[in-house]
Design a protein around this ligand. Structure first.
Ligand SMILES: *Cc1c(COP(=O)(O)O)cnc(C)c1O
Length: 714
């Protein structure tokens, strides 16, 4: 952080000379100097260069208006104004609120001025750094000798070995030196929430509009378990989104609770539409409780918000309607909702406390903000017993947290603070909307087919666009008014082959082929459905990346229309089975898979598979206990009807469990089996297109098997 911009007024020699002196002095002190051409150039420089730490300009020429403009971009950036003895300095108190310091043009004062700039720069850096990160940097700078863990000792142990030094050189010195032991008392403790760690959590809570926040270093997978363990004691009933992440299924296996499921809808694309309004009502829950063995009125509820595909709920409605003591919004996908007004009323922490209820929100900071993998946060609004909560927290937390992850979680918050953070999110939304419009434009101009975007026809308004029953674009046959909203940042691209309501066309391009093509060109897709691809426009996606994606999509169209050979278009796929793909062309491959999808009527089958729930014979907890007692065995997938599952079964996509541990498929829920069989069969036809199904394994003969409980779980 060492770049200073100087707006020099070249027309006056008496100004130029002192500035030249200052330039030299600043360089001696390690600053780099940039000379923007004009006001617009300067503002662009500030916007695009986060390492800029000061602006020097001529007061006669630029004045307060420029200060205001700079402040719009970065409120705390130090500004230095040069005035001469004749300048009018009619600054008011309000102007002084801006970060301006005044210097006079004079020769021989550059040393003094540079020292003051150095001090202001240090103050600026000090303001930017959040508390724990600051303490960590300071500690590392002091280079203390430690005789505790970690055993690599700030990296020195690595440097004693050839393999170790390669590792050291790759990750760099500071990564090593900042990886320190929990025994360093001046940094406080993550597990006790003390010292700078406590300050970090308070800083995060303020930034994310929470009353209390916790840093979790093992992902939202762990954050979810912590909240669940605290909120639902053994024997209680838990209301849970059937569209839940597997960490929550694991919670159900760990904790002896009875799950009652909230049932989301689904469209033909395989996109989850969220839980209908009605499911949150007392009548609906009463009915479910009545039909679930050992269930009582639920104490706690868990809802995925937003869904994987970017659908938000009207959370105000849920908070008001759901009659439970606490509500947990699993918001792993959307750690940014507090930083743009379009998400107001659609997230756990938005709005005030709800009397008599505790609201939790868990977020994977690493997924869409800038933080290391595993960085996660729990936010709380409402009264909890902090001591008891912390037992659940510690139960799941390592006693040797990685401080790099902790500091990155806090830094993600620091990045989001104030107008600089808002600007990042505004930028992401803007880029996503432009990209969406660009796809639509190319589609309109294209001869023949082109990709489409899953969105309303009119996206001119910067908003989370509502899904409502009047429109067809979303493909949901049942949808409530004012209930679900599409996040502009989550861009679902549609490939040809299927209409929104699930009618399969004669020809089509399964999305998995496009996904493989993009992979060949260095673009990794977040999720691939049958005829849709999901892209996340996080704050790291800049114009260049968005353009490369557009280019790759248009390139795909070209090679597809030219009907090139798989060997040339998808060399990695070809390598997997050269004999099989020898004479196959890209259109043959697409039509081959499309025909299989059509033959099995995938959209309909998928719809029906998720429309019925298997029968719950025992809770996931009891089923897992049976499994660890050794009362489970392998069973061919085809023979699954009438057996009680030991593990969850979860196909990707959509990555949501279709069978929970302790559940049994019956004749009524046979579509679930047919759906799994179809996934396996499509995979078996085309090498490289095998479906990934968690909980289904291939035995040595290539047969699909699952783990079921002995004697039907009896
Ligand atoms: C990814 C995800 C999680 C788990 O988060 P990690 O940070 O990867 O542990 C939990 N819930 C949902 C909905 C997710 O998508």
């Amino acid at each position: 952080m060492n770049i200073i911009a100087i707006m020099s007024d070249v027309s006056a020699y008496f100004k130029e000379e002192p500035l030249r002196e200052l330039h030299e002095e600043l360089e001696r002190q390690g600053f780099r100097i940039a000379y923007p051409k004009d006001r617009a150039d300067l503002l662009k420089l500030i916007e695009n260069n986060a390492r800029l730490c000061g602006v020097i300009f001529d007061w006669d020429k630029y004045n307060l208006e420029l200060c205001e403009e700079i402040s719009q971009l970065n409120k705390i950036l130090p500004i230095y104004a040069f005035a001469n003895s004749y300048s009018t300095l009619d600054v008011t108190m309000n102007d002084l609120r801006l970060n301006v310091r005044f210097f006079e043009y004079a020769l021989g004062t550059s040393g003094d001025i540079a020292t003051k700039i150095r001090q202001s720069t240090d103050d600026y850096i000090d303001t930017l750094l959040p508390p724990l990160t600051k303490a960590l940097f300071k500690y590392v700078k002091e280079e203390k000798y430690t005789f505790c863990t970690p055993g690599h000792m700030g990296g020195t142990a690595f440097e004693k070995s050839p393999a170790g030094s390669l590792f050291f050189d790759f990750f760099g010195e500071n990564t090593m030196r900042a990886d320190i032991s929990i025994s360093v008392s001046e940094l406080g403790s993550l597990l006790d929430h003390s010292g700078p760690h406590k300050e970090a959590e308070e800083y995060i809570a303020r930034t994310f509009n929470a009353e209390r926040s916790y840093i979790v270093t093992n992902g939202t997978s762990t954050a979810n378990k912590i909240v669940g363990m605290y909120s639902s004691p053994a024997g209680s009933t838990l209301l849970i989104d059937r569209n839940c992440h597997k960490s929550l299924t694991h919670l159900l296996m760990m904790s002896n609770v009875v799950p009652v499921y909230l049932r989301p809808t689904r469209n033909a694309y395989g996109i989850l539409g969220g839980i209908p309004k009605e499911e949150f009502t007392r009548a609906s829950i009463e009915e479910k409780v009545k039909n679930t063995p050992n269930a009582t009125w639920p104490v706690h509820a868990v809802i995925t918000n937003s869904t994987y595909d970017g659908l938000f709920y009207n959370t105000d409605y849920i908070k008001q309607t759901l009659d439970v003591k606490s509500i947990h919004f699993d918001s792993a996908w959307v750690p940014y909702t507090n930083f743009h007004p379009i998400y107001a009323g659609k997230s756990g922490m938005s709005g005030e406390r709800v009397p008599g209820k505790v609201i939790y929100e868990t977020q994977s900071t690493h997924k869409l903000l800038a933080a290391f993998s595993q960085a996660s946060m729990i936010h709380v609004k409402g009264d909890i017993n902090e001591r008891t909560f912390n037992e659940a927290y510690m139960m799941h937390t390592t006693t040797s947290p990685h401080y790099g992850i902790v500091a990155s979680t806090e830094t993600a918050a620091a990045m989001m603070k104030g107008n600089a953070g808002k600007r990042l999110i505004y930028g992401s939304i803007d880029r996503a909307i432009r990209f969406r419009k660009e796809i639509r434009r190319l589609r309109a101009e294209s001869d023949g087919w082109f990709f489409d975007v899953w969105q309303p026809d009119n996206i001119d308004e910067v908003a989370c666009w509502p899904l409502n029953p009047r429109n067809e674009w979303h493909g949901f046959s049942k949808i409530d008014n004012d209930h679900m909203y599409l996040d502009p940042i989550k861009v679902t691209i549609l490939t040809p082959g299927m209409s929104p309501m699930g009618t399969l066309e004669d020809t089509g391009i399964p999305a998995s082929i496009v996904s493989k093509y993009l992979d060949e060109h260095g673009i990794i897709v977040e999720k691939t459905g049958p005829y849709n691809l999901l892209f996340l426009f996080s704050i790291g996606i800049d114009k260049t990346k968005a353009l490369s994606l557009l280019r790759a999509l248009t390139d795909f169209k070209r090679v597809y229309d030219l009907n090139l050979r798989v060997k040339n278009v998808l060399p990695s796929l070809y390598q997997e089975a050269p004999e099989f793909y020898k004479d196959v062309r890209i259109q043959d491959l697409a039509q081959g898979i499309h025909a299989l999808v059509k033959h099995h009527n995938l959209p309909d089958l998928m719809y029906r598979a998720f429309d019925v729930l298997p029968q719950m014979v025992m809770t996931p907890h009891d089923a897992f206990q049976e499994e660890v007692r050794g009362n489970a065995h392998e069973c061919p997938l085809d023979d699954l009807i009438g057996k009680v599952n030991a593990n969850m079964i979860l196909p990707y996509p959509p990555g949501v469990p279709v069978i929970m541990p302790g559940e049994m498929l019956t004749e009524e829920s046979r579509p679930v089996l047919s759906f799994l069989q179809m996934l396996c069969e499509i995979g078996a036809h085309y090498p490289g297109f095998e479906t990934d199904i968690h909980g289904v394994y291939r035995d040595d003969d290539g047969k699909y098997v699952v783990s079921v409980l002995n004697d039907g779980g009896a």
